[in-house]
Design a protein around this ligand. Structure first.
Ligand SMILES: [Zn+2]
Length: 321
């Protein structure tokens, strides 16, 4: 009875904060938020987890760290007796895939873009002296997209090329109008462009366009990190990136050095004021990732070509205002 009324209370509130102690003694602050009927956002210590619960069972997007699985499963038990059938990895980073082996032990199948499996295989090879459970590797991989027909809706998983990494996917719950973007979009913070793992600023900008063409004004957007967002938030991220790119390119072509550009606080002031640089990616780190790519994109041009480029960027900037 007690259990039953708790469940009712839980469903009624549609939101639950659970404070518990993790194995390493640190307090964990897990949060489960109902985004849409049957779709939840689970937050704890890593990237945002998306969860669909329905007639077929549980479908999950990402699984954070190995240490949080126990907490997560406890929270899931409050919502459903079913087990997790599928876990999609939005990319290979440990704060999104760290729980893979645990989830396989629980009976789930891990699915990802083929590059995610490759990156995780490299990770296993590089750390061969440490015993890492090989079950972190996804069982099913795909190249462009894959569709699930599960919990009475179409769930479309689409690859975003070379954005945050080279294995990014977004997950679109078409019936519920919810999208989980992985780290191809983060809310309220500068994005991490992991160029060592195939990410790129231009790819990120293109990825934002793809997300915008997938969603509409009513879509609930679960970002890779940060709070639930909407169309406007995704669009704002696109503007942030393309404006920063233009400004960095402009100063680069004017002959400013890397250090001079990184010190130009006006480039990102609007977002710094909103706290975008307070997290994992500082404003310097964000600008540096843009600078590095700009330097490659424009480095080979001669002076006259540069002059044309400067004029073009100036025009774009004025036109964009
Ligand atoms: Zn990531």
């Amino acid at each position: 009875m007690k259990k039953f009324s708790f469940l009712i209370l839980f469903l009624f509130l549609g939101f639950q904060s659970v404070n518990s102690q993790t194995d390493d003694g640190r307090a964990s602050d897990s949060k489960l938020i109902e985004v849409s009927k049957g779709i939840y956002l689970y937050q704890n210590r890593g990237g945002n987890i998306g969860i669909s619960i329905g007639v077929d069972g549980i479908f999950m997007i990402d699984d954070q760290y190995e240490e949080i699985t126990e907490d997560l499963l406890k929270d899931l038990k409050k919502l459903s007796k079913d087990e997790v059938d599928f876990v999609i990895n939005t990319h290979h980073h440990g704060d999104h895939t760290g729980g893979n082996a645990n989830m396989v032990k629980e009976g789930a199948t891990i699915i990802s873009h083929s590059n995610v499996r490759k990156r995780l295989q490299d990770y296993l090879a590089e750390n061969s002296s440490v015993k890492i459970d090989e079950r972190i590797l996804p069982t099913l991989t795909f190249k462009n997209d894959i569709t699930f027909h599960y919990n009475r809706e179409e769930i479309h998983v689409l690859h975003i090329e070379k954005a945050h990494t080279d294995g990014d996917v977004i997950v679109h719950f078409k019936g519920s109008n919810v999208v989980h973007t992985g780290d191809a979009f983060v809310n309220g913070q500068y994005p991490f462009i992991d160029s060592r793992n195939g990410g790129s600023v231009q790819g990120y900008i293109d990825g934002i366009e793809t997300i915008l063409s997938t969603i509409d004004k009513d879509t609930k957007v679960i970002p890779g990190h940060g709070n639930i967002a909407n169309y406007q938030d995704v669009r704002a991220m696109g503007s942030l990136l393309s404006n920063a790119w233009k400004r960095v390119a402009y100063h680069f072509l004017k002959g400013k050095s890397e250090q001079e550009i990184l010190r130009m606080t006006d480039i990102t002031k609007e977002y710094d004021d909103k706290g975008f640089g307070d997290g994992y990616i500082t404003r310097e780190r964000f600008l540096k990732s843009i600078y590095d790519e700009v330097a490659v994109a424009y480095d080979q041009r001669d002076y006259y070509d540069r002059k044309d480029q400067i004029e073009k960027i100036k025009k774009d900037q004025d036109g964009g205002k």
